[in-house]
Design a protein around this ligand. Structure first.
Ligand code: NI
Length: 198
């Protein structure tokens, strides 16, 4: 089932989400719905707050970022993305290492806006997978980037929070318009400042 994606301005996106227990109701169904919703919107990651649930859960599938053309020069940051489909439950970023690098990030909750965000190159993350197996893994490059962005969501942080005060001010009107439902996004959304929901 495709769920509406919560747009910028909804308080759920600013809230620190809570951990869940193994007996969380219909978790498998929720995870499946989140993947379906993410694919429908052509996203590479989706966090539970973005579908209105303030819980520490996100899904990712980085395969659209994987190298497709074999003739192209290999981008080391894209390594391993073809199999990067995962569920993260109650994640904890244990370490962030390396140099910060800039990448033009977007977010399904903030359509039509992309801005350069600086984050560290490598992360170590512990989490439970969809079978409640505890994992600890190291990620680099785009995979780390996707995780860092989604992990921020469960902490109530958006990529716009990483921008300079000036940049944020320049985006104010665009962000307010998104909250009102004025966006070119073609997927189903829920807007905090729109009177009548579509
Ligand atoms: Ni996002």
């Amino acid at each position: 089932m495709i769920l509406p994606i919560v747009a910028y301005g909804d308080p759920v996106l600013k809230k620190e989400a809570g951990e869940i227990e193994k007996d969380y109701p219909d978790l498998d169904q929720l995870i499946e719905n989140m993947f379906q919703t993410m694919y429908e919107a052509s996203g590479v990651g989706l966090a539970a707050p973005q579908i209105g649930k303030s819980i520490r859960l996100f899904v990712v599938d980085g395969s659209p970022f994987a190298e497709s053309d074999e003739d192209e020069e290999e981008d080391p940051r894209a390594k391993g993305l073809e199999n990067f489909k995962k569920v993260f439950i109650n994640p904890i970023i244990e370490e962030e290492n390396g140099e910060e690098w800039g990448f033009n990030e977007g977010c399904l909750s903030i359509p039509d806006i992309r801005e350069e965000v600086f984050r560290k190159e490598e992360i170590v993350i512990s989490y439970y997978d969809e079978n409640w197996e505890l994992k600890e893994e190291t990620y680099n490059g785009y995979a780390a980037r996707i995780i860092q962005h989604e992990y921020d969501h469960v902490d109530g942080i958006l990529f716009t929070d990483h921008l300079s005060a000036l940049k944020r001010r320049l985006l104010t009107k665009k962000l307010t318009n998104i909250s009102k439902g004025e966006t070119k996004a073609t997927y189903r959304m829920r807007f905090p400042l729109k009177k009548k929901q579509r």
